[in-house]
Design a protein around this ligand. Structure first.
Ligand code: UD1
Length: 430
């Protein structure tokens, strides 16, 4: 079992390069099966979720050719099995994007009900509502979502909640429906826009992605394209907080600063300096940091995937902060672990009341899920002494070479797999 071992206390400084957005990449990979021609996708993050998605796609007959660590060619012309009931699919939530993609292309898809991080109940009623509105029959049978349609017909769909997953899934199916679809109350996240841009580059006709009304005119066929995935907003944000919590000075390169505005705003509120460049942001953190309040919201609000990272930082800020999680109900699982490092946090329902402490002390902790795991690594970087983080497979789902990028910024962190590695690290750091 791999773990991270961290000796905290080093202010991070230097430059870090951000990779492609995991959540955009997963949907784009699914969408790439919607044409029989070969699609080239670049700037894919080399993370576990992407690898699992590619394996799952190969399992249904998609031809995947790895060009390098970050680029693949995808050919979906030989998709045989529109019934996707096997282990790989259960491992990642984004496998449900194959529902929208295959339903759009073949008018039929069966996909096992998705797994993914356990961050709360994750209904798919809005996906189903959207598919039904397009004329598909949707049933849940033996753990599978079974969708089929004689033909898909464009419709006016009002989503009851703002959901990234349903917006993308319905957009994909509607891209190949007959006539015009309007999705109202659509999610506006950067990866929704990226998937729309990708589909348009394949010949789809989608307008308005990035606003809350998306208009889609269905087309009969999609064609080949070459596409580069946008930078990962959440990886970038995580490194911004790594700079902040360690009192560092970090230049985060290959980002779209506009996507980071809600994060930058919070960092400025707590007393950091944030400089914006064309495709980079610099976070400088010196002196005492102050409390603030934050509520997670759909984009352009503060992202739920950045809630643990701000939580661990606020727990070291002067004063009392309130963090409200309004998207998923089970995203405070890092709090118990952080308490073992000395944090003073009380969780009531979807709110965490955080009384800042002066410092953390290193401890042996578990990564409870992807983002909470990354946040606890940040806590370890700021802590006195040694922290060992277990269950880092969660972190590897979404962060490429996390420890290597942190090392390049001066962090004392290593991935270890045995007691001997741990002892070696301890000897090295003194
Ligand atoms: C995606 C991201 C996840 C991120 C989340 C919110 C991927 C693989 N995952 O998840 O990292 O935290 O967006 O930015 O891209 N909901 C319903 N019915 C539905 C669908 C969703 O009620 O049919 C609710 C959910 O319970 C949640 C909210 O809508 O409260 C937002 O969920 P959604 O945006 O769909 O999240 P995911 O796409 O699952």
């Amino acid at each position: 079992m791999e773990q991270y071992i961290i000796k905290g206390g080093n202010p991070l400084s230097g430059e870090v390069e951000i990779g492609g957005a995991k959540n955009a990449a997963l949907a784009i990979l699914a969408a790439a099966t919607m044409t029989d021609e070969t699609v080239t996708i670049d700037n894919l993050p080399d993370v576990r979720d992407v690898k699992v998605m590619l394996k799952a796609m190969e399992g249904i007959g998609v031809i995947v050719e790895r060009l390098d660590k970050h680029a693949v060619k995808i050919n979906g012309s030989l998709v045989q099995n529109k019934s996707i009931d096997f282990e790989f699919m259960k491992k990642i939530r984004a496998s449900y994007y194959l529902l929208g993609a295959l339903l759009g292309k073949y008018k039929r898809a069966d996909v096992v009900l998705p797994g993914g991080c356990n961050i709360g109940s994750r209904p798919i009623d809005q996906h189903i509502k959207g598919f039904r509105a397009l004329g598909a029959e949707v049933k849940i049978e033996h753990g599978l979502i079974v969708t089929k349609a004689e033909r898909l017909v464009g419709n006016h769909i009002y989503l009851d909640v703002v959901t990234v997953g349903a917006t993308i899934n319905v957009m994909m199916a509607a891209a190949m429906a007959d006539g015009k679809t309007i999705i109202e109350n659509a999610a506006k996240e950067p990866h929704v826009v990226d998937v729309a841009n990708f589909l348009n580059s394949m010949g789809a006709n989608i307008k308005g992605a990035g606003t809350d009304v998306i208009r889609i005119r269905g087309v009969e066929k999609l064609h080949k394209t070459e596409y580069s995935v946008i930078p990962d907003q959440i990886e970038a944000g995580t490194f911004m907080f790594a700079g902040a919590i360690t009192k560092g000075d970090v230049l985060i390169k290959n980002v779209i600063p506009k996507h980071l505005e809600s994060i930058s705003a919070k960092l400025i509120e707590i007393g950091c300096e944030v400089e914006e460049f064309d495709d980079a942001v610099r976070v400088i953190s010196k002196g005492e940091l102050h409390h603030t309040h934050v509520k997670t919201l759909p984009y352009p609000g503060y992202p739920t995937d950045m809630q643990p990272q701000i939580g661990v930082t606020l727990a070291l800020c002067e004063g009392t902060s309130i963090v409200t999680e309004s998207i998923f109900e089970n995203r405070f699982k890092y709090v118990d672990e952080l308490t073992r490092m000395g944090a003073n946090i009380k969780v009531e329902g979807n709110t965490a009341i955080i009384d800042g402490v002066k410092n953390y002390t290193g401890a042996a902790i578990n990564a409870p899920d992807l983002r909470a795991g990354a946040a606890l690594v940040l806590a370890g970087l700021a802590a006195e002494g040694i922290t060992i983080v277990d269950d880092i497979h969660y972190i590897q789902r979404g962060y490429e070479d996390f420890e290597v990028k942190l090392q390049q910024l001066g962090a004392q962190i290593e991935k270890v797999a045995s007691e001997r590695d741990i002892q070696k690290f301890k000897l090295k750091v003194g």
